[in-house]
Design a protein around this ligand. Structure first.
Ligand code: C2E
Ligand code: MG
Ligand code: MG
Ligand code: MG
Length: 288
């Protein structure tokens, strides 16, 4: 390798890095028009109540069907979309599609789920939080679709809210006052001050997948158990519901249920999939 070859600090080409750069470049040039070309689609992953196993809603997860590279996950293009500003129209599109989907589920499936129509979770990027149109866009989408605000939950990562000042929290407060739920996503990864939670207009904590991974062995690591138990107790004392991400086995689900978590999401229940799949799962659950 040229790097270790001595005094001159230039590097020989690294073919792998080149390939990554080319791919990246290809994505960057194709991304701005991908929305107009209709190349994005949304998969839905069910949110399941740990107490009774019923499907309570779903999280919308965006994908890009790239003409050359095939299906790309959000980790491949969301950072680029944030960088280029496409995230604002893309995020609006995801919200509108998802809320329309929730209305369709409600029309087809109604209140069959013991009077609890399916709800929809939509991820918000930090760029959307600082965009001045967020509240109005959300109101417009809910009005256009005729879906009530309490059917919608917006997920914001813990790291996006670390050190958030009042200006950043204002739009979230307005949305929360309207009845939209705000969830703190990937909770436990951002080193936020727990006392700070009180200040945030959130009603749901989404415990990061790393905690769920700690429940993989049986019996689980006692320290992991204590930590999750503590977080759940704190969340409940602040009237927050706890959702857990990345549940892959029945043993994890059972452990997390015992620890008092409210809702779960993960491959154990279902991978993210097309909207009809969620409808099938919810129906199967209602008739079983
Ligand atoms: P997230 O919001 O934390 O979403 C959960 C991620 O965990 C999803 O990855 C989901 O497919 C994955 N997952 C679910 N269950 C399991 C499991 O049991 N095991 C494992 N290993 N993984 C599981 P995905 O779809 O690749 O999304 C990654 C991230 O991209 C999301 O993390 C979210 O932060 C972001 N994202 C997705 N859609 C959107 C969007 O519409 N807007 C914005 N701003 N971000 C989005
Ligand atoms: Mg999320
Ligand atoms: Mg998450
Ligand atoms: Mg996560």
């Amino acid at each position: 390798r040229a790097k270790s070859a001595g005094g001159n600090r230039f590097e020989l080409a690294d073919p792998e890095a080149d390939a990554r750069a080319i791919t990246r470049h290809g994505l960057t040039t194709a991304l701005p028009t991908a929305l107009d070309r209709g190349e994005f689609f949304i998969e839905y992953q069910p949110l399941v109540h740990l107490g009774d196993g019923s499907v309570r809603g779903a999280e919308a997860l965006v994908r890009w069907l790239h003409p050359q590279h095939g299906v790309l996950g959000p980790d491949r293009f969301i950072p680029l979309a944030e960088h280029t500003g496409l995230i604002v129209p893309l995020g609006r599109w995801v919200m509108e599609q998802s809320v329309r989907q929730a209305r369709e589920w409600r029309e087809r499936y109604g209140d069959g789920n013991e009077g609890r129509p399916l709800r929809i979770n939509v991820n918000l990027s930090p760029c959307q939080l600082t965009h001045p149109g967020l509240v109005q866009d959300t109101v417009d989408i809910l009005e256009r679709t005729g879906v009530s605000p309490d059917a919608l939950c917006l997920e914001v990562t813990e790291s996006a809210l670390i050190g958030a000042d009042d200006d950043l929290l204002k739009p979230l407060r307005r949305l929360a006052e309207m009845g939209v739920d705000i969830a703190l996503d990937d909770f436990g990864t951002g080193y936020s001050n727990l006392a700070n939670l009180r200040r945030l207009p959130v009603s749901v904590l989404k415990l990061d997948r790393s905690f769920t991974q700690g429940m993989q062995q049986f019996p689980a690591d006692p320290v992991d158990l204590k930590i999750v138990e503590g977080i759940v107790a704190l969340a409940h004392s602040l009237d927050l519901a706890v959702t857990v991400e990345g549940v892959e086995t029945g043993a994890q689900a059972e452990q997390l249920r015992i620890l008092g978590c409210d809702t779960a999401q993960g491959w154990y229940y279902a991978r993210p999939g097309p909207p009809d799949r969620l409808h099938e799962l919810a129906l199967a659950d209602a008739t079983s």
